[in-house]
Design a binder for this molecule. Sequence first.
Ligand SMILES: Nc1nc2c(ncn2[C@@H]2O[C@H](COP(=O)(O)OP(=O)(O)OP(=O)(O)O)[C@@H](O)[C@H]2O)c(=O)[nH]1
Length: 338
Amino acid sequence: MISSDLLQALFDISPAGIAIADQQGRYLQVNDSYCCLFGYSRAELIGNTFRLILTEQDQALEAMILNLALTQDRSAPTEWQVRHKSGRTLFVHSAFKTFFYSDGSAKILTVLSDVSALVCSLNILQDQEAQLIKTNESLEQMVSRRTIELERANDELARLATQDFLTATLNRRAFECEASKIIYASDRYHRPASFMFLDIDHFKAINDQYGHAAGDVVLQKLALNIRALLRESDLLARWGGEEFVVCLPDTVLADAIVVGDKILEACRQMKLSHQQFSIALTVSGGVVQRTLNESLHEVLQKADVLLYEAKRTGRNRLLSEMPASTAANEAALLNFHI
Ligand SMILES: Nc1nc2c(ncn2[C@@H]2O[C@H](COP(=O)(O)OP(=O)(O)OP(=O)(O)O)[C@@H](O)[C@H]2O)c(=O)[nH]1
C-alpha cells in the first residue's frame, strides 16, 4: 500500500493533470497540472462540472459521459478532444477510475496528459505523407508521359533514319542494311534473289517543263505505284534523284522480269496531271538475278550497267541478264518459284 502522504505528493507533483469529481461530475479536487492544462484556476474549476472542458459538440454528451464513468468504473486510456479556457482544442490522453462508497456516493478520478503536440506532429506527418504520395503519383505520370514522348520521338527518329523524306520508300542506307540480310539468307539457304534498278526517262524535261514541285509529285506517285506492285517482303528504295532500286528475295530472274515489266507498263499507264497538262511517263530498268556469293555492290553494279544500256538503246525498256551458271547456282535455283 502506498501511504496517503505519498499519494498526496503524487497528486501534487504529477506532470499529468489529475482531477477528482463527484457523481454529478463536479470537480472536488484538481492538481496544478490539471489547472495549467486547461488554463483555469483551481477556484474556477472547483464546484463546476467537467462540462467546462468539453468541446461544443461533446457538451450534449455530458450526461452520457458521466453515466459511462459511473457504470464502467474504469476506462482504458483513450484519446479525446477537450477545450482549453481560451477556446482552443486540446488533445488529451485520459483514463479514469470510479470509486463507489457504502453511502451510495461515488468519486471519479481522472488522469489526463496533453498529447496535442504529438497529434499535431502526427497530422503534419500524415499531411506530408499524403503530399508525398501525390507528388509521387504526379512524378510517375510525368515519367510515363515522357517515356511515351521519348518512344514516339525514337520511332520518328528511326523512321527518319531509314526512310527517304520525299517518297517514304527506304533510303539508301536502310536498303543496304536490309538487302544484306536477304543476301545472307540467300547464300545460307541457297535461295535466289533478284535486283532491279529503275530510272524515270527524261525526268529533267518534266522538271523543266512543269516545275520541281510537279517533279516531286511524280516521284511520290511513282513510288506508290511501284510499291503496290511488289510483295510485302520486297524492298524498294530511292537510290537518288529519280532512280529507284528494288530487291526481290526468293525470286528468280524470269519472275523478276515479270515484275519489272508490270512496273514499266504501270508507269506508261500512270495518269499524271499538272494544271491543264497531262504528264506522260516512261521508265527504264535493268534487272539481274544474283549469283550465289556475289556481293551487294557487285549485283547492283550489274543491274546499273543494264539500266545504262536500256537508256542508251532507246529507254522505256527493261534489260536483264542471266545469272552466271555455276553448279551451286543451278542446283539452288532450279525450279524455284514462289
Ligand atoms: N523534282 C525533283 N527532281 C529531282 C529530284 N532529284 C533529282 N531530280 C532531277 O532529276 C533530273 C535527272 O536528270 P538526268 O540525270 O539528266 O536524267 P533524265 O532527265 O531522267 O534523263 P535520262 O535518265 O537519261 O532519261 C535532274 O533534273 C534533277 O534535278 C527530286 O527530288 N525532285
